[in-house]
Design a protein around this ligand. Structure first.
Ligand code: BG6
Length: 502
């Protein structure tokens, strides 16, 4: 996580595997364009796209430019600014190649050597695997065998790996082993795009740049934490992917656990990547492995979302009519360390819920006794600190205040800081910081091998348990609702309840 835009990263080549894919056009290219606007692109940049289709470099460039133009227009961003686009487009080369054939890497090596000579790139190359996860291992292996990730000639060689990183503990370990055969840990940048969100990065600022919060950030003052990543969209035509994945794998060991880590980690001794990653890894070690009793799963039925009637999950394209895949998961996570012992973290995520809402809600303990006769202690609202990650990014503190009038009557009120009111934010797709950090070699926002494995380790017993037991009563929540009633029971058991999803 870089300091406010210092200087452009060193000149380099970026090689995108999956050049014709969705990620490239929707996120990588727009992020590069936004980096150009902020003056954060390398002085010399050569972009190479690798994919299996027939395309010329000019066609590739044209297709990306058209898509960018359309998205800018749709988002009210006006026309493409050629001053920003030209440095990206100047050396865009498309290489048709099979990701699993040696020939592709031979050609890639020659191309890189040529471009390096022509553009003086200092031997720096960033390889971006914007491809289906089955190709991660093969591409890394082929790059390794071709000697393309060796750093002994000067210049950096880095590899960005997208999600999903494995589908269980064993496959994550195998993938790590495969990457680490040819690359050193510091060359590997495992992306979790939640860490690219400003509001997620701000959790560290809130906690560690203020003297106010850290002293009360523990089991003495906090009753419990609720983390919600609710989506109102369905599976968006990704039936084939989702049928193999489900909500737990798709969202929990990665995105939700990153939110837990940001909230629960100990303060690092510095903002150095290794110090922060070490604290996160330590926190994951303290997380108690889940049991089936700690987790609830759900699947959406038909219902009404934002005024529209929508179909049940089992009726979605490429979904089995009797599918047992979960589209919702809620769980109780315990962190067994001095700070958090006895403070449950309740997590939930799901598709087709009442609203799109990602938040971390910290509930403080109640005032200890009923000083206010009119308001018995059990009726006093507890204080909440709510970090709203998206949409309407904000931080809100709810507390009790006296209602004006002769009686000492209380009401829960709120103080709120809204990002959009305070800061002028430049347009962003959420990948700008991640790509920039990778170009300057700052791994703070990327996951280390041990973190990924520890996170899979926590959910592993549930994955295994679910593989042997069919869920009962699927589908068990209506689209547009707040999820299955069993999720409410999970908290009710502890005398608590979820915040409304809105
Ligand atoms: C992705 C998941 O990683 O994150 C999707 O595969 C999910 O299923 C998405 O919709 C949510 O990300 P965001 O940034 O839209 O909140």
């Amino acid at each position: 996580m870089s300091a406010p835009h210092k200087e452009p990263p060193p000149s380099c080549a970026i090689v995108i595997f999956g050049a014709n894919g969705d990620l490239t056009k929707r996120l990588i290219i727009p992020a590069l364009y936004n980096l150009a606007r902020a003056g954060n692109l390398p002085e010399q940049l050569a972009l190479i796209g690798v994919d299996h289709n027939d395309r010329t470099s000019a066609q590739w460039q044209g297709a990306l430019r058209d898509f960018l133009a359309q998205s800018l227009a749709k988002g009210g961003g006006g026309a493409i600014d050629d001053k920003l686009w030209n440095p990206i487009a100047e050396d865009m080369t498309f290489l048709k190649g099979d990701f699993e054939k040696d020939e592709t890497y031979k050609q890639l090596g020659d191309l890189l050597a040529d471009l390096d000579k022509k553009r003086n790139l200092g031997g720096n190359v960033l390889f971006y695997m914007a491809v289906a996860d089955r190709f991660f291992g093969p591409i890394a292996g082929k790059l390794g065998e071709a000697g393309l990730v060796r750093q002994d000639q000067g210049g950096f060689r880095r590899l960005i790996v997208e999600k999903p990183f494995g589908h269980d503990l064993e496959s994550a370990k195998a993938l790590n082993a495969c990457l680490l055969k040819y690359l050193k840990e510091e060359q590997i940048y495992r992306i979790d795009h939640f860490l690219g969100k400003e509001t997620v990065q701000n959790i560290m600022a809130l906690r560690f740049a203020n003297g106010l919060f850290e002293p009360i950030w523990n089991r003495d003052r906090i009753d419990h934490v609720q983390i919600t990543v609710a989506e109102n969209i369905g599976i968006e035509g990704r039936g084939n992917f989702y049928e193999k994945t489900g909500a737990l794998r798709d969202m929990v060991p990665n995105h939700l656990f990153q939110l837990v880590a940001m909230t629960a980690m100990e303060p690092p001794v510095s903002f150095d990547a290794e110090d922060i990653r070490a604290k996160k890894a330590e926190m994951f070690k303290a997380v108690h492995a889940l049991t089936l009793g700690d987790v609830v799963r759900g699947q959406y039925d038909s219902g009404v979302v934002a005024g529209q009637q929508v179909a049940a999950y089992r009726k979605e394209e490429n979904v089995a009519p009797d599918s047992n895949i979960e589209t919702f998961v809620a769980m109780r996570v315990l962190i067994e360390n001095w700070r958090w012992a006895g403070v449950p973290f309740y997590l939930r995520t799901g598709k087709r819920l009442a609203a799109r809402s990602t938040e971390i809600a910290i509930r403080f303990k109640r005032a200890p006794y009923a000083l206010f006769r009119e308001t018995p202690v059990e009726e006093l609202d507890a204080d909440w600190l709510i970090l709203r990650v998206q949409p309407d990014e904000s931080i809100r503190l709810r507390f009790n205040a006296k209602r004006p009038g002769p009686a000492m009557a209380l009401e829960s009120v709120a103080m709120e800081f809204k990002y959009k009111d305070w800061f002028h934010q430049a347009p962003a797709v959420g990948y700008e910081t991640l790509i920039y950090d990778c170009l300057i070699g700052d791994a703070t926002l990327f996951q280390r091998a041990d973190q990924v494995e520890a996170a899979w380790g926590v959910v592993e017993p549930v994955l295994k348990g679910w593989a042997n037991t069919s869920p009962r009563h699927f589908p068990n929540y209506n689209a547009g609702s707040e999820g299955p009633s069993a999720a409410n029971d999970l908290l009710a058991r502890d005398g608590r309840s979820w915040r409304t999803i809105k």
